[in-house]
Write a protein that binds this ligand. Structure first.
Ligand code: COA
Ligand code: AMP
Length: 629
């Protein structure tokens, strides 16, 4: 069947389409119905089914006789180690960990925070939670103790599973002091913490609270898979919104299984047994879906790569991993390819490796710029597929369905809507735009299986963030257009979320942190274009009346404050002091105007600007930090 036929089959009868796709999952009780309309634009999928994610990701492959196949390959240039875990080994390890969690009182519905680097144990922790119906929430290692505390406070975990350390190029990241600090800051206290001690760093355990990963599994009964309802939350993943508080995206179990399984063949074009690699981090949605769940559910081998695209030891690492482990489909963020291209512009290192079995490169997480796509196409001699999705959807909204039919690539477009997604371009008043016209990207409700049914502890925010602007539609927060051939183009965010090295960050959160500096009266953070990271944040601060300390000291403190309160992942290194901020007459800060100035773009200040003279002051301030570049 062609892509058009599949998409039409879904359009004609979504219920039948999704019930049919559900057949590829092993159910304890199969769903009798796909969509459950809960009223007021709230939908659930396969709610009357009973199923276990871990069973589908691990046990069923062992049962089918594939226990000896590699499930996980850990390739860690930063520690100089590599090892493989088979499906049979994974089953034993996960059942043991799940049994130990259960013995300590973790039950179905309890939350467990996971704060770990790129080690197989991170996946094992996720799967162990899934095995007993506990809801995990993985927190990215680049977040600070404060951000971890915010998540502890919001999802009130019974337990936290953490590693002793992670390894960054210039330092070892000591997780344990961050964890201890977060628990101290949070009003909610977990009952216990499980610490995975790494060779590189043995953390000191807190007596009565911390147990060691190996020690607490000793002598426990392994846990069997606990069937859960189809709408049971599999996990909560926090992501950035416009305000400082992160949004806890809920992923429901059954839809997650069906949707992810669908993508592995239809989008990534891999068959069970093939090696699949997503070079991201388990702390992000790409890591949840494509390092852990989707490849395992589909019976692939997944690569857990601990390192950076460059410097481990050189810009040939990606190609070495692909050749060495026979990777058939490779997925990363454009920023990682830009990092490689910068170090190895002629692709000399690519020639060192046999990449003949790699089928395609997949890019997502941020806009894929044409230079990067063309470079990768030329140097790899493979198709390069951009695809567009969000934490909220868990997998691609628009992609090139290469496993169905490889559609012609149009550079700058993540290609076409996947089944389940009716993508619309709307004007501010909600009227549909014509092909080629720019507007807000919205998706007609209901969203397909696997997408968020809501936000943890925040129903009103869920409605406000996604459902209220365009009644009957999900608001994506992205703007773009669809051309005459149905190809989608993503142009910009409609909110103040920025994307730094493929990481989604809230400028609102950075502003909250800057505003907490005692000398800062007012501030604004915007995302400026960056050749490597796509965007980087720049902070503008106005000082409190009477402060006469050197501006340089204050900006340094601002940079340190953001690193301390949000974490190094914010990549906040640039701050300038200005006398005032450009605003509209009604007092709205003109962040977009400031971003255009930083990017050196031609622009017209809005007619509502309070005092046009401020533009020159901002331009002069930007010059002092080398912008426009
Ligand atoms: N734990 C602790 N700190 C982390 C971290 C982690 N897991 N990940 C990143 N950091 C730190 C980095 O060490 C860096 O600290 P520094 O300011 O001391 O240098 C800071 O956070 C910013 O990280 P990053 O923006 O990633 O920059 P980088 O210079 O370390 O690396 C790239 C740049 C492009 C190589 C890197 O971002 C990359 O490989 N990106 C791939 C994209 C990706 O995985 N996206 C996820 C969604 S698909
Ligand atoms: P995240 O939730 O972290 O995956 O970030 C989702 C956001 O990243 C989207 O809303 C887009 O703004 C951006 N994004 C992700 N993939 C793409 C893509 N292929 N092209 C353009 N922007 C993208």
């Amino acid at each position: 069947m062609s892509y058009r036929e599949i998409y039409k089959r879904w359009q004609d009868d979504p219920e039948a389409y999704w019930l049919n796709e559900a057949k590829s999952i092993d159910w304890d009780e199969a769903p009798t119905q796909a969509l459950f309309d809960r009223g007021e634009n709230i939908y659930e999928w396969y709610a009357d089914a009973r199923v276990n994610t871990c069973y589908n990701a691990v046990d069923r492959h062992v049962k089918a006789g594939r226990g000896a196949q590699a499930a996980i390959i850990h390739d860690s240039p930063v520690t100089g180690t590599k090892h493989t875990i088979t499906y049979a080994e994974l089953q034993t390890r996960v059942a043991s960990l799940a049994g130990a969690l259960r013995a300590k009182g973790v039950e179905k519905g309890d939350r467990v925070i996971i704060y770990m680097p790129m080690v197989p144990e991170a996946l094992e922790a996720m799967l162990a939670c899934a095995r007993i119906g506990a809801i995990h929430s993985v927190v990215f290692g680049g977040f600070s103790a404060t951000e971890l505390a915010v998540r502890i406070e919001d999802c009130t975990p019974k337990a936290i599973i953490a590693a002793s350390c992670g390894i960054e190029p210039n330092r070892s990241v000591h997780y344990k002091p961050l964890l201890d600090g977060a628990i101290e800051q949070a009003a909610h206290k977990p009952e216990f913490c499980v610490i995975f001690q790494r060779e590189q760093e043995v953390a000191k355990l807190v007596e009565g609270r911390d147990v060691s990963w190996h020690g607490f599994q000793y002598g426990v009964e392994p846990a069997e898979c606990v069937p859960v309802e189809g709408n049971h939350p599999a996990y909560i993943l926090y992501t950035s919104g416009t305000t400082g508080a992160p949004k806890g995206v809920i992923r429901a179990t059954a839809g997650h299984l069906v949707a992810l399984n669908w993508t592995m063949k239809n989008i990534y074009n891999v068959d069970p047994g093939d090696v699949f690699w997503a070079a991201s981090d388990v702390g992000w949605v790409v890591g949840h879906s494509y390092i852990c769940y989707a490849p395992l559910i589909h019976g692939n081998t997944t690569v857990v790569f601990e390192g950076k695209p460059v410097g481990n030891p050189d810009a040939g690492t990606f190609w070495r991993v692909i050749a060495e482990h026979d990777v058939r489909a490779f997925f990363t963020a454009p920023t990682a390819i830009r990092a490689v291209k910068r170090e190895d512009p002629h692709g000399e290192l690519i020639k060192k490796y046999d990449l003949s079995r790699l089928k395609a490169l997949y890019l997502a997480g941020e806009r894929a710029d044409p230079d990067t796509i063309i470079w990768a196409q030329e140097k790899l001699g493979k198709p390069v597929y951009d695809h567009w999705w969000q934490t909220e959807t868990g997998c691609a909204i628009a992609a090139n369905p290469a496993g169905v039919e490889a559609l012609p690539v149009k550079i700058g477009s993540p290609t076409v809507a996947m089944p389940g997604y009716d993508i619309c371009i709307l004007g501010e008043d909600g009227t549909p735009k014509e092909p080629g016209e720019l507007g807000a990207i919205a998706i007609k409700l209901p969203l397909p299986p696997g997408t968020l049914p809501g936000l943890w502890n925040a129903e009103a925010r869920f409605r406000k963030s996604y459902l209220e602007t365009f009644p009957g539609y999900y608001e994506t927060g992205d703007a773009g257009m669809i051309d005459e051939d149905g190809y989608l183009y993503i142009m910009a965010r409609t909110d103040d979320v920025i994307n730094v090295a493929g990481h989604r960050l809230s400028t609102g959160l950075m502003e909250e942190v800057l505003a907490s500096h005692p000398d800062v009266a007012e501030c604004a953070v915007l995302g400026a274009k960056d050749a490597l990271k796509g965007q980087v944040p720049i902070g503008f601060v106005c000082l409190t009346k009477g402060v006469d300390r050197p501006a340089e000291d204050i900006t340094k403190e601002c940079v340190a404050l953001v690193r301390d309160k949000i974490g190094p992942v914010a990549a906040f290194k640039l701050a300038v002091v200005v006398d005032r901020l450009p605003k509209t007459r009604s007092g709205k800060i003109l962040r977009r105007t400031m971003a255009s100035l930083a990017d050196g773009e031609d622009f017209k200040p809005p007619a509502t600007i309070d005092d046009p003279a401020i533009i020159d002051e901002i331009a002069a301030a930007l010059k002092t930090i080398g912008y426009p570049q």
